[in-house]
Design a protein around this ligand. Structure first.
Ligand code: SAM
Length: 281
């Protein structure tokens, strides 16, 4: 029986096109179209938006996005086996779906879309955080996208929305909350996916703020947070030693005790330190 959108059910699509899931590509597919429609809804009203989807796979979420009225969807998929299934979806929604067979880390699909742009994806776990960090650290702000609605492993989602002092607080929380409003909008058990992963997943919705909460250079902040949390048990003067030769003095200048650890620093303090480091050259 056809699904609500008139296309074949996803199990049938997978069988017809031989899309057995590949672990190396992070392939855990969503086959319930009610669920993919629900995820699409978390992104808000898409009717006037271009949507970037990374990793459409057999097209479950893509179909949810198109059915919910997205003006246009650009879907970037690395696995060429998925292309015939995605071509069927594109033919069903003429002129609204473009599929790019590429590695999302190697292309800049945002450059091909017209604002307002929303990014919606069930991300492959192996490139998810790298893509998120790239979307969060362009040199200019506001970015070309207005929101990101992204599925991650639950543990990664918790790190994005974590508050200072908590175990999950770190680089992702700082970079995300510096320039965005971030919240978990949906959690999904392993059984929602085929094949089921070992752990739960969650959808995080990030809305770009008109401007960052505190001024800082994104590259410097990115370097400081990476170094600080790479060795999170170390004191800042040791953990950040590689970032600047006069780091201990710069920490003092920023009013931060060099014996503190990264996890005790607020976003405001990290941004202040980033400004002092940038000024020091
Ligand atoms: N969106 C589909 C769904 O929800 O059922 C599939 C999600 S699955 C978790 C991740 C998808 O990303 C797979 O289709 C995989 O082939 C694709 N993928 C993995 N690495 C990629 C990369 N570097 N660039 C683009 N797509 C990638």
């Amino acid at each position: 029986m056809a699904a609500l959108d008139g296309l074949p059910p996803l199990r049938e699509v997978i069988a017809t096109h031989g899309l057995s899931a590949k672990k190396a590509l992070g392939q855990n597919f969503l086959l319930d179209l009610n669920l993919t429609a629900k995820i699409a809804r978390q992104a808000g009203d898409l009717t006037a938006c271009d949507v970037l989807e990374i990793g459409p796979g057999p097209g479950g979420l893509t179909r949810g996005l198109l059915a919910s009225g997205a003006r246009r969807v650009l879907a970037v998929e690395k696995d060429a086996r998925c292309l015939p299934a995605l071509e069927e979806v594109a033919a069903h929604w003429p002129g609204r779906l473009t599929v790019l067979n590429a590695d999302a880390l190697e292309v800049d699909p945002l450059a091909h879309l017209t604002p307002p742009i929303r990014v919606v994806a069930n991300l492959p776990y192996n490139v998810g955080t790298e893509l998120l960090v790239r979307w969060l650290t362009p040199s200019a702000w506001p970015p070309v996208w207005s929101s990101l609605t992204l599925m991650f492993q639950r543990e990664v989602a918790d790190r994005i929305v974590a508050r200072p002092g908590s175990k999950a607080y770190g680089r992702l929380a700082l970079l995300a909350q510096w320039r965005c409003e971030a919240r978990i909008v949906l959690t999904l058990p392993p059984e929602a996916f085929t094949p089921p992963p070992k752990i739960s997943s969650a959808v995080v919705h990030l809305t770009a703020l008109p401007e960052p909460r505190f001024p800082a250079d994104p590259q410097v902040l990115s370097r400081l947070t990476a170094a600080g949390f790479n060795q999170r048990r170390k004191m800042l003067r040791a953990a950040l030693k590689g970032v600047h030769p006069r780091m201990e003095a710069l920490l003092e200048e920023a009013g931060i005790d060099p014996t503190r650890r990264a996890e005790t620093l607020s976003l405001e303090e990290f941004c202040r330190l980033a400004r002092v480091v940038a000024d020091a050259g």
